[in-house]
Design a protein around this ligand. Structure first.
Ligand code: DX5
Ligand code: ZN
Length: 235
């Protein structure tokens, strides 16, 4: 049975390290290390070379990781046909599946398919897509994912012009009284974590700043969890 992302409070800062920045020869061990360091989830970036100009990994890698790791698998599908591929990712071990509003499948059908397999559903949007594009689906989602880089590659610079979008989601979620996490993804680390949580994000994806932290992965995870105070005072 997939793990339920709603077991986590929307008032808690949650860390979801992106394995794209891991050493793939040491993938199993490095995933254990970030989970032991307190990361609540693992962020798994699936890219098809079509929706984004890069190819990462897919079902077999997730299947192998699942056998060795009990963390909540937060799968970010940057692929063109999320509806078609959802059952395969569920079978591989996904707990939560996020897809893009820019993909070609019908969003409501895709959400329904994800839910029917017992997973929670998320939607994401490119930096150029306005928050309002997801508003019609918010009531059905357990998480929205705000991209703070153009999707496709790890290690890019954080786009501060996306902060108002995070705030717009927080405002709408409060207004409707929804229990929906707000996740942020791309270039997140020490320099901007306070800003993203102050604007209302509570789930923090980070690849480079966790897996490549100069003082080790535990230090990278701690920097993100330490933003809890800033989040609390912004609420
Ligand atoms: C980008 C991915 C991100 C990315 C995060 O398309 O969705 O998850 O790998 O990596 P960093 O934290 O290095 O920007
Ligand atoms: Zn991602």
């Amino acid at each position: 049975m997939p793990q339920d992302i709603t077991k986590f409070s929307q008032d808690k800062i949650l860390v979801s390290p992106s394995i794209l920045a891991a050493d793939f020869c040491e993938l199993g061990r490095e995933c254990d290390e970030v989970v032991k360091a307190g990361a609540e989830m693992l962020h798994l970036d699936v890219m098809d070379g079509k929706m984004v100009p890069n190819i990462s990994f897919g079902v077999p890698v997730i299947t192998s990781l699942r056998k060795k790791n009990d963390a909540l698998f937060d799968v970010h599908l940057m692929i063109d046909r999320p509806l078609f591929y959802t059952p395969a990712f569920v079978k591989a071990g996904a707990d939560h599946i996020t897809f893009h509003v820019e993909s070609s499948d019908d969003p409501l059908k895709t959400i329904e398919c994800i839910h029917s397999h017992g997973c929670s559903a998320g939607m994401s949007l490119r930096p150029g897509t306005p928050a309002e594009a997801l508003f019609p689906y918010l009531d059905q989602l357990e998480m929205v994912l705000v991209m703070t880089v153009e999707p496709g590659f790890g290690g890019q610079s954080f786009m501060a012009d996306q902060l108002p979008k995070i705030a717009a989601f927080r405002k709408e979620i409060i207004k409707r009284g929804l229990k929906c996490h707000i996740e942020v993804d791309g270039g997140i680390g020490e320099k901007n974590v306070d800003l993203v949580v102050a604007n209302g994000a509570n789930v923090l994806v980070a690849g480079t700043s966790v897996f490549r932290h100069p003082s080790g992965m535990a230090a990278g995870v701690k920097v993100l969890h330490d933003a809890q105070d800033k989040f609390d005072s912004a609420l």
